[in-house]
Write a protein that binds this ligand. Structure first.
Ligand SMILES: [Zn+2]
Length: 148
């Protein structure tokens, strides 16, 4: 987690500062499943930006998560998940390199998010082997931004 903090990740929603974040990592969803993510509330179509530089691993659409971007950090030890997007940024492609703070999509309520409460579902995992990047262990993003 220190190694990630040292990269000074930006809060991935434009205009949202770290002091506005609310820790929802340990919330239970669907009864017993832990949230393991941070929900960042913002008006629909607010830009979502890359927390650190890195590579786009996958652009995905699922019933629960909706439009989702998965991206790595430059050290290939961390994976960021940006979910419930309204749209991806036009032209964003798997394999593309992004800069820290670069727009990758826009806040929305795709998947199972409430239409009345658009937000970014933001998760971070620590990965030992990026060849199986989907198998990481969840880290609390709140502690990255507020754990100082
Ligand atoms: Zn969430």
């Amino acid at each position: 987690m220190i190694a990630l903090r040292n990269q000074q990740p930006v809060v991935p929603v434009a205009g949202v500062t770290a002091d506005k974040l609310i820790d929802s990592f340990d919330d239970l969803r669907g009864g017993t499943r832990r949230h393991n993510a941070l929900d960042i509330m913002a008006p629909r179509n607010t830009p979502v930006v890359a927390a650190t530089a890195g590579k786009i691993l996958k652009l995905h659409n699922s019933v629960a998560g909706g439009l989702t971007v998965y991206a790595s950090d430059p050290t290939e030890r961390y994976v960021f998940l940006y979910g419930h997007l309204e749209t991806f940024r036009t032209g964003l492609a798997e394999g593309a390199l992004v800069r820290r703070g670069e727009i990758i999509g826009f806040v929305g309520s795709s998947g199972n998010a409430s239409l009345l409460a658009p937000h970014l579902h933001f998760a971070i995992t620590r990965n030992d082997d990026m060849r199986s990047w989907w198998k990481g262990n969840p880290l609390n993003p709140f502690l990255i931004y507020r754990g100082r």
